[in-house]
Ligand binder design. Structure first.
Ligand SMILES: C[S@@+](CC[C@H](N)C(=O)[O-])C[C@H]1O[C@@H](n2cnc3c(N)ncnc32)[C@H](O)[C@@H]1O
Length: 279
C-alpha cells in the first residue's frame, strides 16, 4: 500500500525507515518496554497479529541480542498474512481465533509455556466507529483466549485496545486473569487514534480455570447463552474503575522532535501521565 505525503512527514515513519523497522509500530513496543521493562528474563515470546513484522523484529533484536543467548530464545509470530522471514522467529500463518493456532504455538515451544504474549491485532477498519471498536474488542478477546493456552503463570500479555465505550468491560475481563492491568499510550501512537495498549502482568487465572477458545466475547444482550457459561467464565462483568483517563490528552499535539527526545525516561512518562494504571 502506498504512503501519503502526510505519512512520510511523520517522524516515526521516517525513523522506522532509517533504522530498518518494517513499520513505525516498532516504536510502540520499544516505548512500552522502556516504561515496563517488558523483555526482562523473557526467553519464549509470542507475537500475535505480527505482519508485516516490526514487533517481531523488536523481539528478535531485544531477546536474541547477545549471540550466546540466542539459542535459548524462541519467538513465534502469528498472522493471517505471510511475512518475510526474520532471524530466530518461527512464523505461523494462521487465525488467532482458532484453537489449532494455540496448539501450533504450544508445539513450537515443545510444551513449555511462553513468558510473554504480545498482540498488535487490528481488523481492517470500516470507518464505522462502533463496528470497528466491536471487532477490535473481539480480536483482543481472541488474543486473550489464545494467551490462556500458552502463557506461563506470572507471565505478561500486552495487547492493542481501542478505548471505546466497552473499554471498562474489557478491563474487567482482563482483571480476571491478571493481577495488574495497566492502560498505556506510547508517544508513537497517534493522539488522534483511540488506540492504546493494555499491559497485563502476573498471569494468574482463577483456580480451576480450564483454557478454552469459547471464552465469553462481548455481548451487549447478556442473553441466555451468555449466562450459561460455567465456572470462572461466569465472572464476566465485575465492573472495574480503571483509573482516571481524563489526565491523558489524546488530542494534544506534541512537537515531533520533542517527542523523540523526551520518551526514554520512564519517570518522565509517568510524570506526563502518558500511561495510567487501571488497578
Ligand atoms: C497493525 S497490523 C500488526 C502490525 C505488526 N505488529 C507490526 O509491527 O508489523 C495488524 C495485523 O493483524 C492481523 N490480523 C487481523 N485479524 C487477525 C486474525 N484473526 N488472526 C491473525 N492475524 C490477524 C492482520 O493481518 C494485520 O497484519
Amino acid at each position: 500500500m502506498g504512503r501519503s505525503s502526510k505519512d512520510k512527514r511523520d517522524i516515526y515513519y521516517r525513523l522506522a525507515k532509517e533504522e530498518g523497522w518494517r513499520a513505525r509500530s516498532a516504536f510502540k513496543l520499544l516505548q512500552l518496554d522502556e516504561e515496563f521493562g517488558l523483555f526482562k528474563g523473557v526467553k519464549r515470546a509470542v507475537d500475535l497479529c505480527a505482519a508485516p513484522g516490526s514487533w517481531s523484529q523488536v523481539l528478535s533484536r531485544k531477546l536474541r541480542g547477545k549471540e550466546e543467548k540466542s539459542e535459548e530464545v524462541k519467538i513465534v509470530a502469528v498472522d493471517l498474512q505471510a511475512m518475510a522471514p526474520l532471524p530466530g522467529v518461527t512464523q505461523i500463518q494462521g487465525d488467532i481465533t482458532k484453537i489449532s493456532t494455540a496448539l501450533e504455538i504450544i508445539r513450537h515451544f515443545e510444551g513449555q509455556p511462553a513468558d510473554l504474549v504480545v498482540c498488535d491485532g487490528a481488523p481492517d477498519v470500516t470507518g464505522l466507529h462502533d463496528v470497528d471498536e466491536y471487532i477490535q474488542a473481539q480480536l483482543l478477546l481472541a488474543a486473550l483466549n489464545i494467551t490462556t493456552h500458552v502463557l506461563k503463570p506470572g507471565g505478561t500479555f500486552v495487547a492493542k485496545i481501542f478505548r471505546g465505550k466497552d473499554v471498562t468491560l474489557l478491563y474487567s475481563q482482563l482483571k480476571i486473569f491478571f493481577s495488574s492491568v495497566t492502560c498505556a499510550k506510547p508517544r508513537s501512537s497517534r493522539n488522534s487514534s483511540i488506540e492504546a495498549f493494555v499491559m497485563c502482568q502476573n498471569y494468574s487465572p482463577p483456580v480451576g480455570y480450564v483454557p478454552n477458545m469459547s471464552n465469553p466475547l462481548l455481548d451487549h444482550s447478556y442473553d441466555v447463552d451468555f449466562n450459561q457459561l460455567e465456572g470462572p467464565n461466569r465472572i464476566i462483568v465485575p465492573f472495574l474503575a480503571c483509573g482516571d483517563l481524563s489526565a491523558f490528552d489524546s488530542d494534544r499535539t506534541y512537537p515531533l522532535q520533542a517527542t523523540l527526545g523526551c520518551w526514554p525516561s520512564r519517570q518522565s512518562c509517568k510524570e506526563k501521565a502518558i500511561s495510567q494504571t487501571c488497578q
